[in-house]
Design a protein around this ligand. Sequence first.
Ligand code: NOJ
Length: 549
Amino acid sequence: MRRIPTGSSGGATGWWRAAAIYQIYVRSFADADGDGTGDLAGVRERLPWLAALGIDAVWLTPFYDSPMADGGYDVADYRAVDPRFGTLADFDRMLATAHGLGLRVIVDIVPNHTSSEHRWFAEALEAGPGSAARKRYIFRDGRGPDGAEPPNDWPSIFGGRAWTRLRRPDGTPEEWYLHLFDPAQPDLNWDNPEVRAEFEDVLRFWLDRGVDGFRIDVAHGLVKPEGLPDMPKGYELSRPDNREMRRPYFDQDGVHEIYRQWRRILDSYPGERVAVAEAKAATPARAALYLRPDELHQAFNFDYLGAPWQAPVLRRIIDASLQANASVDAPTTWALSNHDVVRQVTRFGGGEPGLRRARAAALLTLALPGAVYLYQGEELGLPEVLDLPEEVLEDPAWERSGRTDRGRDGCRVPLPWEGPTAPFGFGPVGTKPWLPVPEGWRRLSREVQASTPGSTLELYTTALRLRRELPALGAGTGGIDWLSDPAADVLTFARSPGFACVVNFGAMPIRPPLAGEPLLSSAPVAAEDDGSIRVPPDTAVWLRAAAAA
Ligand code: NOJ
């Protein structure tokens, strides 16, 4: 049995620096009890598959007690498992199985907001203005005569305004409360020491149960600016790609003290417990601040995740990320998708061309130095489901946007595992999943792909194995050496010892600028009479490259 490695003296291995971490969106992974929602027992049953895929750790999205107004990112009790997902005993069994298979387990923590059904929020409503219970959240009087205008003009991320006004039982209006997301997700007041103490205790609760780390939801949002100022002038006109970061409530300097304290807690436990931040910042340099040696271990690389399929853009992002993270001696992370974005097959063009690019992108990603996050189903090449019937849509963005934004359900459709009919083994026979699984996904099921040479599942499994075996890959010993021109339609880089990756983004086949034996390619490559190869369009090749040693 594979065991979790420790350093020779049982000390630090820095396992997280090069780990391949697989994101399990629990609702849609595997449903053991057939109620239509994935659960922890389902995760446990399928863990051997993930071990065979060759990953090092899993990150589980929230499975805590929740009314599910935002898929579980609205937590009503941070120490309880929602009955839909199982029990604490199911969690413990799942964790033990994962550890037995050599897989580490990272759980989600949602500190920016609670559910409106959290005990604290009920107490705040009950206790009324000025009470200690209200000071755990952000309540304010409104502006204007009668306080009928919200305290400021902040928009909610899900559409509409970020404030909701309370009413007394007799209908009289009173204070407003802040919710950067849905009204069912009131923002906590992180200036209140009681809030800080509570989350430190929640961290310890899960660390004591044996989790290997945390993914921190909206890590950049906890601390709000003094005086809650209005949005900057011209905000709506700013470029969409940096508009989000101009919101005054993101990436305030005050968040760092919170993470320094969390790091002290993580370090007080044996076994290298880690934290990865969902931290959005305006520049790679600002994002790197979360990764100073006394703060968090990793942060998601949203610039890479959101990049178009264009070599010069990707190269700029790769260089900027590596450089910023090197400045704080932190590994870079790479991901192509998660449960909040359109799946890469669709983002990169859809259909066969999209799949072809997504496969090439996977080899590019897995060849870069640092840790990699994989989102469930990308190893099967799943596309976004664009035609979910309106009546099944659950993402709050759908209603909050006045039914103009269909939201993120299309990347959350349950996984196809095996069998001839939908939902393809997601649950026991007869299970009606919370989102319908397309009939056409039979050919994408894990079972079919496991016996199909050249399948996307085979590509990922082989790439993950080579990534572990080849000393140049994973964290590697050095950075990357570019062998292609920055403006070219190709990315070629070498990593020492003896490895090169060539990705052709152009319309014509190319000949790699160095000789080498192909180890793996995302599509078949043709060999010429002289032994050299041609890399076709939208294809990545890994080479054993003598010249790069
Ligand atoms: C980020 C999570 O990934 C997303 O799914 C959620 O809606 C928001 N944070 C709010 O918690």
